[in-house]
Design a protein around this ligand. Structure first.
Ligand SMILES: O=C(O)C1=C[C@@H](OP(=O)(O)O)[C@@H](O)[C@H](O)C1
Ligand SMILES: C=C(OP(=O)(O)O)C(=O)O
Length: 421
């Protein structure tokens, strides 16, 4: 028997906090449900605390119990007047106005400058069609004033080509509408998030189906509270998976495996194209770096666009160019993410080509640079991974990771500290 030349690296276990998308969906479902809901292992970060605080402003009690949250469901939509601060959270701005519109009275939704700049109009137009009086801000989004008198339901056509969050918002509150809601959806991006929404709605007892014409239909009838364990965040896990691939180490994320509700776990399939070894089981996911990163491929990341920056930031260290397409909607997030990646890689001396919905990163030797994070947690986290291999990469705003993972830098150091060069 020939002994392997390369010793197997010991696998480290990453501590990845709960999914933002699941935590915030469950908070809303639990608030609307009759009875109590317990969230086990929710994410505690700026986005989820903003969502939880917003629910409190809407009259919902949430008790904190160790790391768990207990929501005292009201069994109905809220009553105004209420003023709701959404901070930087797209999920709050796109999900909560529908819940409020299904209730009664006046509501004012506000957010940070960054969130105010993000689009909202497909949702405000849908709410007006369903019976709410809506008054968006000067830019067409927040601050949003709503005069609610319940939502009718009925038939709706929705353009989801810039964000899936409008559709999720409408679906989540559809069981509170007077009639069944039937939605025909055009140009859906980030498709796996809709599957997540529907799966969670069903956990709370909703009836959701697809009709013969492919339209989604939700029956009225409300929700019932339950107990739910929040799985680790797959978008957050992408950073430690990429770090393992880049540094030739092995990392496992327990409880994020074959049963996951999160499309972003498919990022590991993209990492496999770079040569990393990937194992997804019921119990978790393990990525092992096997040597220098392989490039020379093109990949559509439209369904998992929160993870394209994780790949693009390490792509200069691959042996051939890497192209990502299908990510035009990533220009409408916390930052214009295609522009932010291109700007920072170019500042590091890397050749990059970008188009409306694509980016190509060429191999090169990045030079030390201070990354312009644009207050975007994912730009900060993606370039921190590159920093494990490129000494002198620093961030102009390391704290912006708090939107989804306040302990990110400590965990990266704990797992890969001695790999950094
Ligand atoms: O529904 C959700 O929880 C999310 C949907 C995605 O947004 P888009 O649908 O706008 O791409 C994703 O980028 C975001 O981080 C979370
Ligand atoms: C796009 C994101 O957040 P949101 O749209 O929920 O603000 C994100 O977390 O990458």
């Amino acid at each position: 028997m020939v002994a392997s030349l390369r010793p197997e690296p010991a696998t480290r276990s990453a501590r990845i906090p709960g999914s933002k998308s699941i935590t915030n969906r469950v908070l809303l479902l639990a608030a609307a449900a009759a009875g109590r809901t317990r969230l086990v292992d929710p994410l505690e970060s700026e986005d989820t605390v903003a969502f939880r605080t917003a629910l409190t402003a809407l009259g919902v009690d949430v008790t904190l119990d160790g790391g768990d949250w207990e929501v005292h469901g009201t069994g109905r939509a809220p009553s105004g007047p209420a003023r709701i601060w959404c901070a930087d959270a797209g999920t709050a701005a796109r999900f909560l106005p529908v819940l409020a519109a299904a209730g009664e009275g006046e509501f004012l939704f506000e957010g940070s400058e960054q969130l105010t700049a993000r689009p909202l109009h497909p949702l405000t137009e849908a709410l007006a069609e369903l019976g709410a009086e809506v008054e968006p801000g000067a830019g067409g989004g927040l601050p949003l004033r709503l005069q609610a008198r319940g939502l009718r339901g009925g038939e709706l056509a929705l353009d989801s080509s810039t964000s899936s969050q409008y559709l999720t918002g409408l679906l989540l509150s559809a069981p509170l509408m007077r009639e069944p809601l039937t939605v025909s959806v055009a140009g859906l991006v980030s498709r796996p998030y809709i599957a997540m929404t529907i799966a969670l709605m069903r956990r709370f007892g909703a009836q959701v189906s697809t009709d013969r014409d492919g339209r989604l239909r939700v029956e009225p009838g409300g929700y019932a509270g339950t107990r739910i364990r929040i799985e680790p965040d797959a978008s957050t896990a992408s950073y430690v998976f990429a770090a393992a691939a880049l540094t030739g180490t092995s990392v496992t994320v327990p409880h994020l495996g074959t049963g996951s509700l999160q499309g972003d776990l498919r990022f590991v399939e993209v990492l496999a194209k770079t040569g990393a070894r990937v194992e997804v089981t019921e119990d978790g996911t393990t990525v092992t770096g096997t040597g220098p990163l392989r490039g020379g491929f093109e990949v559509d990341m439209g369904d998992i666009s929160d993870t394209f920056m994780t790949l693009a930031a390490i792509a200069p260290l691959a042996d051939a160019p890497i192209t990502v397409h299908g990510i035009g909607h990533a220009r409408l997030k916390e930052s214009d993410r295609i522009a932010a990646i291109a700007e920072n890689l170019r500042a590091a001396g890397i050749r990059v080509e970008d188009g409306p919905d694509r980016i190509t990163v060429h191999p090169g030797r990045p030079r030390p640079v201070t990354i312009a994070c644009h207050r975007d947690h994912r730009i900060a986290m993606a370039f921190s991974v590159l920093g494990l291999r490129v000494p002198g990469i620093t961030l102009d705003d390391p704290h912006c990771v708090g939107k989804t993972f306040p302990g990110f830098h400590q965990e990266l150091r704990r797992l890969f500290g001695e790999q950094a060069r």
